[in-house]
Design a protein around this ligand. Structure first.
Ligand SMILES: NC(=O)c1ccc[n+]([C@@H]2O[C@H](COP(=O)([O-])OP(=O)(O)OC[C@H]3O[C@@H](n4cnc5c(N)ncnc54)[C@H](OP(=O)(O)O)[C@@H]3O)[C@@H](O)[C@H]2O)c1
Length: 486
C-alpha cells in the first residue's frame, strides 16, 4: 500500500465489494494508473490490500483522505449498491471534490436517477457521469464493456482511463462516450433487456430440443457447442453448453435437473420494458422474457394449474431429429435478431426523447466483447448502421432480411410444433408475431380504432381522405368530421 497524503492517484474507486475491487485491480494493472480506493467499512479495504499488494493501491480511511490522494481533476468511480447507497456516496464526494472533478457511477442505476443526479451535481461545478459497466465480476477484472454518459469535458479525462481497462474487440476498446447525462445507463439498461431475451430464447431452444428429441443435457451441450462455431457464436451460447454439461456432485445427475426452475431477476429487464411502454416501443421479446421469469416464480399458481388439460409433453417426439434441431437453430437466430432490433428501437426512441446523440453502430461495436451479450453477429449490426445510419428497423437491413427469409419456414415450424405439443415458447412465438405484424399490409388496428370510436368517440382517420372522423354510433350512424382526440 502506498502512503496517502500526496495526490498520487489518477483514478479512484469507492466500494470494495466484488465489482469495485475487481475494477480497481483492472485499473491498477494498466500502465500509468495509480488507484486510490475507499470503502465505507475498512475491513473490505484491508482485505483487498492484503490480497493484492501487487496493485499498489492508495487506500483511504475517509473521504477527505480519498480526495487528497487524487490528482486534479479528480476522477472517482463509485461501485456500491445501486439506489440510496449511491446517493449517500455522491453526497460525501461532493463535499470533498472541487469544480472540474469527476464522479462516475459505475453501478446499475436507473437512467432517470442518473439524469437527476447529473443535474444536481452539475450545479456544484463537478462533473457526474453515469457509466453502464457490463461483464459481471470477470469483466470488471479483465475487461468490461463500458457505456459512459456525462459531459464532453469529463470524457477528455475519463476516455483514456476507461479505454485502458475496457475489453478489446478487433483491436478496438469496447467503450465509447454514449451521450450526455443518463445515456450510458439507458443503453446499459437496454443491453440487460436484450440479455433477458437472449437467455429466454436459448432456454426455449434447449427445452424444445430436450422434449422433442429426448437428448440428454450433455448431448444438448454438444449441440450448443456446435452452434457456437457458427453464426450464433456468443458468450451466452458458450456458457449454456457449460451449464448443460455440468453434473451435480451430490446426485450424479445433470445440474440443470436439480436447479429449482424459478428464475430470479434484479430489475433491469423490468426497467427496459417499463421504459419501452412509456416510449411506446414494442419490445415484446424482452417483455416475454421478463414475464417468463415471473411466471416461473409463481409456485402456488403453477401447482394449482398443473392438472389443467393440454397435450402431454411425453407425447412430443420429432421424427427428424437433425432437421428439428436445425429448425430450432434457425428460429433462435431469427428471434434473436428481433430482440436486438427491438432493443435498438428503444435506444433510438430514448435518444429522441432525451436529446442524446447516440450512434447505434458504435453501441453494437462496444457490445462485441466484455459484455454478457457479446456475439459474432454484432459486427453485422455495426455494418448495417454504417451502411444506412437512418435504418428504421434493423430487421429490414439486407443482411438481416436475408437471414430471416432463410429462417422463417423453420421459425414457423418450431412455433407450430411447440404450440401443438403444449410447450411454452413465449419468446419464439412473440418474436414471430412481431415480425408478421411489422410486415403486414394491413393490421386489425383498423377495427380497434372503430371500437374506440364506438365507445369513446376517440375518432379515426380514413385511408382515402385527409382529416379526422367520427361515426354517430348512438345516432343515425352517419360519419362526421371531428377534432382529433386520439
Ligand atoms: N455483480 C455484478 O455482476 C454486477 C455487474 C454489473 C454491475 N453491477 C453493479 O455494480 C455495483 C456494485 O456491485 P457489487 O456486487 O460489487 O456490490 P453490492 O453488493 O451491490 O454493494 C456492496 C457495496 O456497497 C457498499 N455500500 C452499501 N451501502 C452503502 C452506503 N450507504 N454508503 C457507502 N457504501 C455503501 C458496501 O460497503 P460496505 O462494505 O461498507 O457495506 C459495499 O462496498 C452495483 O450497483 C451493481 O448493480 C454488478
Amino acid at each position: 500500500m502506498a502512503e496517502t497524503g500526496a495526490a498520487q492517484a489518477n483514478i479512484g474507486v469507492v466500494g470494495m465489494a466484488v465489482m469495485g475491487s475487481n475494477l480497481a485491480r483492472n485499473l491498477a494493472s494498466r500502465e500509468g494508473n495509480t488507484v486510490a480506493i475507499y470503502n465505507r467499512s475498512w475491513e473490505k479495504t484491508q482485505t483487498v490490500l492484503d490480497e493484492h499488494p501487487e496493485a499498489g493501491f492508495v487506500a483511504a480511511h475517509d473521504y477527505a483522505e480519498f480526495a487528497a490522494a487524487l490528482q486534479k481533476p479528480r476522477a472517482a468511480i463509485i461501485m456500491v449498491k445501486a439506489g440510496g447507497p449511491t446517493d449517500a456516496v455522491i453526497d460525501e464526494l461532493v463535499k470533498v471534490f472541487e469544480p472540474g472533478d469527476i464522479i462516475v457511477d459505475g453501478g446499475n442505476a436507473l437512467f432517470t436517477d442518473t439524469i437527476r443526479r447529473e443535474k444536481a451535481v452539475r450545479e456544484t461545478g463537478i462533473n457526474f457521469v453515469g457509466a453502464g459497466i457490463s461483464g459481471g465480476e470477470e469483466g470488471a477484472l479483465l475487461g468490461p464493456s463500458i457505456m459512459p454518459g456525462g459531459s464532453d469535458e469529463s470524457w477528455v479525462t475519463l476516455g483514456p482511463i476507461l479505454r485502458s481497462i475496457a475489453a478489446v474487440a478487433d483491436g478496438e476498446p469496447c467503450v465509447t462516450h454514449v451521450g450526455h447525462d443518463g445515456a450510458g445507463h439507458f443503453v446499459k439498461m437496454v443491453h440487460n433487456g436484450i440479455e433477458y431475451a437472449d437467455m429466454q430464447l436459448i432456454a426455449e431452444a434447449y427445452d424444445l430440443i430436450r422434449r422433442g428429441t429426448g437428448k440428454s443435457p450433455s448431448e444438448i451441450a454438444d449441440v450448443f457447442a456446435e452452434w457456437n462455431k457458427g453464426e450464433l457464436e456468443s458468450y451466452l451460447i458458450e456458457i449454456t453448453a457449460e451449464v448443460l454439461r455440468q453434473v451435480d456432485a451430490k446426485t450424479g445427475t445433470p445440474l440443470v435437473d436439480v436447479i429449482l426452475d424459478q428464475a430470479a431477476a434484479k430489475g433491469t429487464g423490468a426497467w427496459t420494458v417499463q421504459t419501452a411502454l412509456d416510449l411506446g416501443i414494442p419490445v415484446s421479446g424482452i417483455a416475454e422474457a421478463v414475464f417468463a421469469r415471473s411466471l416461473s416464480s409463481k409456485p402456488a399458481q403453477r401447482a394449482a394449474a398443473s392438472a389443467l388439460p393440454g397435450p402431454s409433453s411425453d407425447e412430443f417426439q420429432v421424427d427428424d431429429v437433425d432437421g428439428f434441431i436445425e429448425d430450432v437453430r434457425q428460429a433462435l437466430y431469427a428471434s434473436k435478431i428481433i430482440a436486438y432490433s427491438q432493443g435498438f428501437d428503444e435506444i433510438v426512441a430514448g435518444a429522441e426523447q432525451y436529446g442524446w446523440d447516440i450512434k447505434k453502430g458504435e453501441i453494437a461495436k462496444i457490445w462485441r466483447a466484455g459484455c454478457i451479450i457479446r456475439a459474432r453477429f454484432l459486427n453485422r449490426i455495426t455494418e448495417a448502421y454504417a451502411e444506412n445510419p437512418g435504418l428504421v428497423a434493423l430487421v429490414t437491413a439486407p443482411f438481416f432480411t436475408d437471414v430471416v427469409s432463410k429462417a422463417q419456414d423453420s421459425w414457423r415450424r418450431v412455433v407450430v410444433a411447440a404450440t401443438q405439443a403444449g410447450i411454452p415458447s413465449p419468446a419464439f412465438s412473440s418474436s414471430l408475431a412481431y415480425y408478421d405484424g411489422l410486415r403486414a399490409d394491413r393490421l386489425p388496428a383498423a377495427l380497434v380504432q372503430g371500437q374506440r370510436d364506438f365507445f369513446g368517440a376517440h375518432t379515426y382517420k380514413r385511408v382515402d381522405a385527409e382529416g379526422t372522423f367520427h361515426t354517430l354510433w348512438s345516432g343515425d350512424r352517419t360519419e362526421i368530421e371531428a377534432e382529433d382526440t386520439h
